[in-house]
Design a protein around this ligand. Structure first.
Ligand code: ZN
Length: 410
């Protein structure tokens, strides 16, 4: 009798070990699959409008379909409209006579995305980029003239004499220098990182790397003087169209006891998500977007075109540290905006990994395009200021450009 019980227990233990082993192998294989999400195992979606068919099929998504519904609410709305014959020729010229686009105008789809944890609402309709007065012209001659004219009275070309400094002085690196913002935008400390290159168009990879190195030293210096200041943030607007008040290359940086504004919203969303689902918000965002074909891993960092983007062609860079991979990816993205898309007016916002803190939180940088630098029409309106984010480009297109540029295999 005892022998029978003994054999049964041994048998059960054996079965449990086999089941546990198979589960671990499957989990490992899944992890590997997600790590290689820039390869073949992604949903076959070519453009944002196709996401409606995909949501029905859940093509090759696995548990990411649950994550999609956990984080996002996606609604596709459409209705027919009638274009009077008196307008047909005009509309056709806006669309370069493309019969498929003309059909699309008659029956447009708007993809409405809501992030359930941040409540950001983003509406995509790429055909809006075909509207009159929003199309992009060759801006190089306009920008070169703007840069040339701004050289005459540029305070940032001689920052030691023409900018303020903190009580303790400045941070100086190979090609960058810090200044105190004379007219504080945010407290308690609001600095500027100024490159020794006046023109953004002349920046090389080393110049980008040096500005971020200077920013890091500025954060470290202030945090070492006041240990409660641990949350660094950074902004960059390129050219007046994007909001810059100086043409000369410069970043805005600030540091506080907590993140503020949208950075705080993101941080709190990650905390709420963990409390509600015992999962890592940013890891799930990365896995989901990679699976959808909206993300790729480049070295130790990721590039993601978020479903809850704020601006056209927006890309999120996410990494544990602001390292060489991080800066190289930012440099590559800006090159693609400038060379492939002919877009030079850009806005960027970033939260830095926590400084002098045991709490781990990734570096998050979002950058998007601001339309034609020479246009008299603004790309931001009451829609973005008081309602929702309106995206006129296709996130699948911009990530495809990036993937092609980096891997050349898609
Ligand atoms: Zn200058």
């Amino acid at each position: 009798m005892n022998k029978i019980i003994q054999k049964t227990i041994i048998g059960l233990i054996f079965i449990i070990l086999i089941v546990f082993g198979v589960t671990q192998i499957r989990r490992h294989k899944n992890d590997e699959k997600y790590r290689n999400c820039n390869k073949n195992e992604v949903a076959r979606i070519k453009k944002i409008e196709d996401i409606s068919q995909f949501l029905d099929s859940g093509d090759c998504m696995g548990e990411n379909m649950e994550i999609l519904h956990l984080i996002y609410d996606i609604k596709i709305t459409s209705s027919y409209l009638r274009i009077p014959s008196s307008m047909t020729e005009k509309v056709s010229s806006w669309l370069n006579g493309n019969s498929n686009l003309i059909k699309e105008v008659n029956h447009q789809k708007v993809i409405e995305v809501r992030n359930k944890f941040t409540n950001e609402a983003t509406n995509f309709n790429p055909i809006r980029a075909k509207r009159p007065n929003v199309q992009v012209s060759d801006q190089k001659p306009f920008l070169e003239s703007l840069i040339e004219k701004s050289l005459d009275n540029c305070d940032f070309c001689s920052p030691e004499n023409n900018t303020a400094e903190e009580i303790w002085g400045r941070i100086r690196t190979s090609t960058s220098i810090s200044a105190a913002n004379l007219f504080r935008m945010v407290g308690p400390y609001n600095g500027i990182i100024i490159s020794n290159k006046h023109s953004i168009l002349d920046l090389g990879l080393e110049d980008y790397w040096d500005m971020f190195r200077c920013a890091n030293l500025w954060f470290q210096k202030i945090s070492s003087e006041n240990r409660t200041l641990t949350h660094g943030m950074l902004l960059w607007d390129m050219f007046p169209r994007a909001g810059a008040s100086q043409i000369h290359t410069h970043l805005q940086i600030f540091i506080d006891e907590n993140f503020i504004g949208q950075h705080l919203t993101n941080y709190l969303a990650s905390q709420t998500y963990r409390e509600a689902h015992d999962r890592d918000y940013w890891k799930d965002i990365i896995d989901l977007h990679c699976k959808l074909g909206l993300g790729l891993k480049v070295g130790s960092v990721y590039a993601i075109t978020l479903l809850n983007s704020h601006k056209d062609n927006e890309i999120l860079i996410i990494g544990d540290q602001v390292n060489e991979d991080f800066i190289h990816l930012l440099f590559t993205i800006i090159q693609i905006y400038q060379r492939n898309l002919g877009l030079y007016c850009l806005s960027m916002g970033m939260s830095w990994p926590l400084i002098n803190s045991t709490t781990k939180y990734s570096a998050l940088l979002r950058i998007g395009t601001r339309g034609d630098c020479s246009s008299q029409f603004n790309d931001i309106s009451s829609v973005e200021l008081y309602s929702f984010y309106n995206i006129n480009t296709d996130p699948f297109r911009v990530i495809r450009l990036l993937r092609n540029h980096i891997f050349g295999d898609f």
